[in-house]
Design a protein around this ligand. Structure first.
Ligand code: GLU
Length: 468
């Protein structure tokens, strides 16, 4: 069998939104799963709305998601000659013709059809006139007027269109620019695309495209039209349902693997498994299990999945993702072994990298900044003596291990006659400035002896200062 060749052809008129990213992902996964090829193509013939900034934003989002391509990027505006030669081929084979009807003629046809209760469409008046090329002529496709055109869709099953519902659609504008349906088909044919996975908003274009394939004598690709992504109110997904741009999720502290996992699950399933690594997705992705009903985008589910991915990730893979968030908080170039240890204490308690960076800050502060209420409640004179005892006990430990830290606490509790509950919270505030943090033994191990003692001393002076 020929290798599978898929493509992602975004129109660079804005950022990469979650629906587009899901389409890219399905095509990429299918190519990777089958050992095929994945082609990137920028459909930039709408020169008014296409921008270089959008192209850059799409590249950036794909790179962040880890979607790589084997061919391209192609730009449609650089392929006008290819479209022209195919349009000429269609003209030569009598599958297309020049039409010189004016906008007023078309408008009059539209009105007349509507008055008759018909669908507005071109009535074919130039169809058999053999009009020559002229500056104001468009090229129309000579669509069949009888019979049916069928999409054998692998997701939706066969979809039948009556050919008399179609009109002689324009394939080339009078300024020489190809229309979308023509350019897509010529590209897909010449790039050897044999599998087209895209949103089902393109179903209505597909019969026209199938007719073009046939007129060009090209084999049809496999079509897989994926239901649109919906918001929680079942309306088509839009900004009011949450962040739409993929890279906004990067800024919000999401891992690309979590976004990837979530987007794939929005339209594809493998039993009831929710969590997938990238490798598992590549191994398991198939067209057969693309869902027939629309996926509903749920930001809470995405966040829960992000938490799962943060928890499951190897700390060193989180480092690179976390560094920009730390830098934004003034922590630059942290020691990598230290950072790794810090991350390990936060993985089970961070839903996003923003939370993780916020939670990590205290580890990097030379002087602990106490939350006012926490200091008031827990750094009180009564705890000064136990704190001093703990300092002495910890200082006496040659190395900090789970056992030596615990033993220092046990000794302190015995001597002071206090339960751990009475000591733990003041120590937590002394070490972190806050009342919520990872476990204090974990923190002490990460901070190490010198930092721990210095923080406990700082708390002791703080209390003495207050009680003086
Ligand atoms: N450029 C089209 C779009 O962004 C995609 C066309 C296609 O997948 O055939 O919707």
């Amino acid at each position: 069998m020929d290798p599978i060749v898929t493509r992602f052809p975004p129109s660079p008129t804005g950022y990469l939104h979650v629906g587009g990213a899901r389409t890219a992902l399905f095509n990429w996964l299918y190519a990777r799963h089958t050992g095929g090829r994945f082609v990137l193509r920028l459909e930039d013939t709408d020169v008014q709305r296409s921008t270089q900034a959008s192209v850059a934003a799409i590249f950036d989002a794909l790179a962040w998601l880890g979607i790589d391509w084997d061919e391209g990027p192609y730009y449609q505006t650089q392929r006008l000659d290819v479209y022209r030669s195919h349009i000429q081929k269609l003209l030569d084979s009598d599958c297309a013709y020049y039409c010189t009807c004016s906008p007023e003629d078309i408008e009059a046809m539209r009105k007349a059809a509507t008055a008759r209760g018909d669908k507005p469409r071109y009535d074919g008046r130039c169809r058999d006139k053999q009009r020559p090329f002229s500056d104001d002529a468009v090229v129309r496709f000579k669509a069949p007027r009888t019979g049916t055109t069928v999409i054998e869709d692998v997701v939706k099953g066969p979809i039948v269109f009556q050919n008399d519902e179609l009109d002689d659609f324009i394939i080339c504008r009078s300024d020489g620019m190809p229309m979308y349906n023509l350019a897509v088909v010529v590209d897909d044919v010449t790039m050897g695309i044999n599998t087209v996975i895209r949103g089902d908003d393109h179903v209505n274009n597909t019969p026209k495209q199938i007719l073009l394939y046939k007129a060009l004598g090209a084999p049809l690709p496999v079509f897989a039209h994926v239901p649109m992504v919906l918001g929680s109110d079942r309306a088509r997904l839009s900004k009011r349902h949450g962040a739409m741009s993929v890279t906004e999720y990067r800024e919000m502290g999401y891992l690309p693997d979590a976004v990837l996992n979530y987007l794939v699950r929005l339209g594809w399933s493998h039993g009831d498994q929710e969590f997938f690594t990238r490798e598992e997705l590549i191994a398991k992705f198939s067209l057969e299990h693309i869902g027939k009903s629309a996926g509903v985008f749920d930001p809470n589910k995405l966040q829960a999945l992000n938490a799962d991915h943060i928890q499951a990730a190897a700390p060193e893979t989180l480092t690179d993702h976390l560094l920009p968030f730390l830098a934004a908080r003034g922590v630059t170039a942290p020691d990598s072994a230290y950072l790794r240890a810090v991350i390990e204490t936060l993985q089970t308690r961070s839903k996003t990298l923003v939370e993780m960076a916020d939670g990590a800050l205290f580890y990097f502060q030379e002087k602990v900044a106490y939350e006012e209420k926490a200091a008031q409640k827990f750094l009180k004179p009564a705890i000064l003596e136990p704190l001093r005892l703990l300092i002495a006990q910890l200082d006496a430990q040659a190395v900090f291990t789970d056992a030596s830290i615990e033993s220092a606490f046990v000794q302190t509790m015995e001597t002071a006659g206090l339960k751990l509950g009475k000591i733990a919270q003041p120590v937590r505030v002394a070490l972190t400035g806050k009342t919520v943090s990872p476990g204090i033994f974990e923190i002490i191990k990460v901070l190490g002896k010198a930092q721990t003692l210095s923080r406990l001393e700082q708390a002791a002076s703080f209390i003495s200062g207050r009680s003086d």
